[in-house]
Every structure is written in C-alpha cells, then in structure tokens.
Write a protein of this length. Structure first.
Lengths: 341, 334
C-alpha cells in the first residue's frame, strides 16, 4: 500500500518535473532570444560608428569600387576625394575653390575660419562659464543655485538656428557695428566671424558651467575648511584650493566645449558667411568647415563630382578634430583625476 | 603694535578686497549669462510681435511675407519627431537594458561604452553626411536613375517604398534617430542604475527569470527616468537643422507630407498617412533658416515668429519632462 502510493506520487512528480523541464527549456529559449535582441540594439551604436567611418573613408580616402557616372554626357570615374587630390595640396594650399573652374583644394581657409570662430567663442565662453561655475558652487546659496542652474541650462536647449538669427539680426547691427564701425572706425561686414563667435560662446557657457560646477562641488568640504582654518579668504580658497583640485574636470569641460564650438553649424552658417579665405580679420565673412558642408549640400553640386566629394574630405577633417578633442578630454579626466576619500 | 602686525593688517585688508572683487566678477559672469538669455528671448519676441497669428500657423510658405505660414514645417517636424521616437525609444532602451542588466564587463562592453561617449561628441552635421549616403542614396547600391518602388498592399492602402529612399521624411527621421540614440542610451542607463539591486534580488528570489525581473520590476521603476531622457533627446532632435539640410530637406514646400493637412484626413483617407513617410519634407528649423536668408526685411519677422513657435514647443516638451520627473520622485521611495 505504502509502496504503491509512493510510486504513484513518483509518477506525478516526474510528470510535473518533466513538464517543468519542457517549459523551462522554452523559457530559456525565450530568455536567450530577448537577450540577443537587446544585444543587437546595443550593437547599433557600433554600427553607427562603423557607418560614419565607412562613409567618410569611401568618399574621402579610397573608393573600393568606383563607378562610371555620366550625368551630363561626359563619362568619368566616381573616385574618392584623395584619389583625385593629393594630401600635400590639401594641407599646404591656401586657396579653397572647388566650385570654380580653376579648382584649388587647400583646407587651410576653412580650418582657419573654424579656429577663428571657436577661438572667439572660447574667449567669451570659457571665462564666463568658469566664473559662473565658481559662483554657483562657492558663493551662491542653495536656493539661488537651484534657480540659476536650470535657467542657465535653458541657454543650452535653445536651437542653434535661433542663435544664428540672433547673431545676424541683433549682435552685428546693435553690438558690433556701433562699437567697431561707428566708434573705432573698422569695417564690419553683414556676415562676420565675430558675431558667430560671440553667440557660439554664449551657447557653450551652460556646458562649461554645469560640468565644472559638478566637479567643483565634488571637492570635499574638509579641504575648504582646512584652508579657511589657515586664514584664507574666499578668493584664496576658490582659486588656490578648489579650482586646482578640480582642474582635470575643468579642463575636460573646456575641451568638450571647444569641440562643440568646432562642430557647431547653423549659427556659423547663418552669421559668418561663406568666404573661404585665410584671414585674421574677425569683422568680415569667413567660411568654416561646417558652413562649407551645409552650403554645398544646399547647392546643386552634381553627385559624384569633385565638389560633392570635397565635403567628405572636409567632414573627415572635422570628425577627426572633434574626435581628438573628445579623446584628450576623456584622457585628462581619467589620468589626472584627484581622488579623495 | 609691531611693524609686522601693521603690515599684516594692511595685507589682510587688501586680501579681503581682492576676495570681494572676485566675488563680484563671478556674480557679473553669471548675471551676464542670464542677461544674454533675457536679451535673446526679448529680441525674438519683439521681432515676432504681431506676426505670430493664426494665419501664420495655418498657411503655407509664400514669396510674399504677409501670406507666408509655417504649416508645412509644423507637420514636417511632427512627423519627423514621431518617427524618430518610434525608432529611438525601443532601440535606445533595449541597448541600455543590455548594457546595464545583461552585459558582463568584457572587452566588447567596454568598447560599446567608449564608443557611446565618443558618438555623443560627433558633430550633428557628420550624422547628416551618414544619413545622405546610407539612407538617401543607400550607398549607391541602387542608382537613383533605375531605382524601383516596393509596393506593399495593406487593407486600407498601399505602402509604396522607394529604393533608394531618396530625400524623404523617413531618411530624415533615421538620421535624427542615430543622432539622439547615444543620448537616449546614456539617459536610460542612468535611470536603470537608479533602481536599487534589492528589487532585482527580491524578484530573483521569487523564481523570476531575468526578463521577468526586467519586465515587471526594473522597467516600471525606471520608466519615469527613461521618459525624461527621451523627451529631452527628442527636443534636441526638434531643434536640429544642419543634418536635415544635408539629408535634403526642402527649404520651400507648399504642401504637407502626404498632403495630410488636418488630423481628420488621416481617418478619411488613410492612404495619405502611408504616403507621408516617403514624401519630401521641410521642418520648422528649415523654414526659419530659409526666411533668415531672404533679402526682404519682413522675412526676418517671420523667422522670429517661427523661432518663437519652436521655443514654445521646446518649453512644452521640457515642462512635461520636469513634471514626469517630479511626480516620479514623489511616488517612489525606497
């Protein structure tokens, strides 16, 4: 009797476990399926990077399978930019005229324009950003900070095309013209590097102040108290203790902000104009790498022509410049970070 | 008092004066940043005053400033953001779930994480170049001259997919999706990290599988954080101009994508909804850019009015994000 009941319960048990096994393997399959699906989602970001590199490489450096194109009856090979133009010319030539009949391909004017605009932006954005970070972290009361910080971040959320409009319609006629043209006697163009630089500078303020304020505030209180105990004023504490302790984070935020200024497009396209020349005059029109790409995209450059290919060479230069800045910034942050316990 | 003391007292006074000066420098810096914001907003509102009316919102672009409107841009931006959200949300949240819940700390995971932080720093115009090559021209695998159309018949209409995609709205959405994907992933990761491990352990202890734990415990707890990040990312996509220009948005269009002018038409004529993703498009930002470039003075006012509409939309988006965040903070207490 007892053996019979035991064996019958064994049977039901084994039936139960076997069904459990079957459903367990199904569950495992489903789990594996979901995991693979999520993995694919994560892999999209890698694919994006590969896509960017492939697009820039195949159009700028080397096209694996150039095709014959004949848009206007003339047959030519659709080769990559650097298969048609030498790297030496690209780097050393000082004229950039891919759209003209006499074509010159020297990146220098565009790089010069980009550096001038981001230089002016840095001149305005870095000190104001850092000072407001110090104010928010060292001086402002908690309530003031909780109001000012989100308000400052609105500046970062304003679309760049609005900044461009502001530069063209307000900064040039109401700030630059009265000061530099009417008062100092310089010639201020409708499109100029200065107005673009100023608004890009304003644009990067919240980026610097927000990132720098975070690192300033992560400096432990004990360091400040020690400095006060030695008789320091607030100025001494801020500039000799807190800022040096947070220097790696501040420099990283500077580099990120400058990299953003280099890649900034619409404000510069609208306000800085499109004259690709090597110049040191910020009051006249310059072309930057980004504005050149936009203007060619807007125009009617034939697909496959050297003018159309040239935007990929410019894009590659831009991509490499911002990538190097970002990598240096991450390196600075990791290598020189002061760790407090 | 000794000489030393007098000297120290004088020096101390000077040091305090420097300190006060420095405080004021910092105050002025912060104040000037806020002043910039105020002047910018005031300037845009001043220029837009009287131009932002109902005709502006319901009319198409025109060569005459008095008659020009933003309707094509409003619909274009709405469609763009809708499709961008449809692509980005599952992909971004999925990637974040993989990185936070499944991935072990191996070389590939580290590569993805490094890659994400670098992608977030790539200028938006470079994404535009990726978009025009990968989506609009599809790497030239099918030349535009002998391109063909893939027709899928659904019950209420036909989905006509041109190959290569061409300068259509969907190509723009794909581009914007890739652009904000790193932002969405990073924000979702942070939201997932904020869910305490004890919740997961409790779920596992009750016999739940990994996916059950995620689906019923982790995701619901993280959704407010994810939603905030997604909305902020979408508002960034809404303000983008450069990648859309490169992808080939039209600066002057006098019709909406799929000729769908009112939401009612979507019900009356579903075919228009199916046509919209493959139609040419413009956006609010593109229309603003176009108006800024017009020589006539009045177009500057239109540009300001368009900017104001864009800013109002952004404020609504951001306010929604803040409300979601605050409500979630009140509700959840671990």
């Amino acid at each position: 009797m007892s053996t019979a009941s035991a064996s019958s319960s064994d049977v039901t048990l084994s039936r139960a476990t076997s069904s459990l096994h079957r459903s367990a393997s199904l569950v495992r399959l489903k789990e594996w399926g979901i995991r693979s699906l999520l993995f694919l989602c994560a892999a999209v970001s890698i694919l994006t990077t590969l896509g960017i590199v492939a697009v820039l490489f195949s159009n700028a450096i080397y096209d694996v399978s150039p095709r014959q194109v004949s848009p206007n009856g003339e047959v030519r090979t659709n080769e990559a930019f650097f298969q048609q133009v030498s790297l030496t010319e690209f780097v050393t030539e000082t004229r950039w005229t891919p759209g003209y009949t006499e074509k010159h391909f020297g990146i220098m004017p565009l790089v010069c324009g980009t550096l001038m605009v981001s230089g002016i932006a840095a001149l305005i954005g870095l000190p104001i950003g850092l000072c407001s970070a110090i104010y928010l972290s060292e001086y402002a009361a908690r309530r003031t900070r909780s109001i000012f910080k989100p308000v400052l971040e609105i500046l970062a959320g304003i679309p760049t095309v609005v900044y461009g409009y502001f530069a063209l319609v307000f900064v040039t006629p109401y700030v630059l013209k009265p000061i530099f043209q009417d008062f100092l006697g310089f010639d201020v163009g409708v499109f100029n590097a200065a107005s673009a630089g100023i608004v890009v500078g304003i644009m990067i303020i919240p980026m610097i102040s927000s990132l720098s304020e975070d690192v300033l505030r992560s400096v432990p209180r004990s360091l400040r108290e020690a400095a006060y105990a030695l008789g320091s004023t607030r100025f001494d504490v801020s500039t000799r203790v807190v800022v040096p302790a947070a220097l790696s984070g501040i420099i990283a935020s500077f580099l990120l902000a400058i990299s953003r200024a280099i890649g900034e497009t619409m404000a510069v396209t609208i306000a800085a104009g499109q004259t690709a020349i090597v110049t040191s005059d910020p009051l006249n029109s310059v072309a930057t790498m980004t504005s050149y790409i936009v203007n060619v995209s807007k125009g009617d450059a034939v697909i496959g022509s050297i003018e159309e290919k040239s935007i990929y060479a410019v894009g590659l230069t831009l991509f490499l410049m911002t990538l190097v800045m970002n990598i240096i910034s991450q390196f600075v942050l990791r290598r020189f970070r002061e760790v407090y316990h | 008092m000794s000489d030393q003391h007098i000297e120290y007292a004088a020096l101390l006074k000077r040091r305090h004066r420097i300190s006060t000066c420095f405080e004021w420098v910092c105050r002025i810096a912060t104040g000037s940043a806020l002043l910039f914001l105020a002047v910018l907003l005031a300037g845009v509102i001043w220029q837009a005053w009287g131009w932002l009316d109902i005709e502006f919102l319901t009319g198409f672009d025109s060569r005459r400033p008095g008659k020009a409107g933003l309707l094509a841009g409003l619909w274009g931006t709405s469609w763009l953001i809708l499709f961008t959200a449809i692509f980005t949300v599952p992909m971004g949240v999925g990637a974040a779930l993989y990185l936070e819940e499944y991935a072990t700390d191996n070389r590939f995971t580290r590569l993805i994480k490094l890659n994400l932080s670098n992608l977030a720093g790539v200028p938006s115009i470079v994404y535009g170049m990726l978009g025009v090559t990968a989506f609009v021209r599809m790497f030239g695998m099918i030349s535009a001259a002998d391109g063909w159309t893939l027709a899928v018949s659904l019950g209420f209409g036909t989905l006509e997919i041109p190959l290569p995609l061409g300068r259509c709205l969907l190509a723009g959405s794909f581009t914007l999706s890739l652009l904000i994907l790193p932002v969405v992933i990073i924000a979702s990761q942070e939201a997932l990290r904020a869910v305490p491990p004890s919740i997961r352990h409790a779920s596992y202890a009750l016999g739940a599988t990994e996916w059950q734990t995620i689906r019923y415990q982790v995701l619901p707890a993280a959704i407010p954080g994810i939603a905030t990040g997604v909305i902020l990312a979408l508002s960034r996509a809404m303000g983008e101009t450069a990648p859309l220009i490169v992808v080939g948005a039209m600066s002057y269009v006098a019709f909406t994508p799929g000729n769908l002018d009112t939401p009612m038409q979507a019900v009356q004529d579903p075919q228009r909804v199916l046509d919209a993703p493959f139609d040419v498009f413009t956006s609010i930002t593109i229309q603003i850019t176009n108006w800024i470039e017009q020589p006539k003075e009045e177009f500057q006012n239109l540009a300001a009015a368009g900017s104001l509409v864009l800013l109002i939309l952004l404020v609504v988006f951001n306010a929604t994000a803040i409300v979601i965040r605050n409500r979630a903070q009140k509700k959840i207490s671990w």
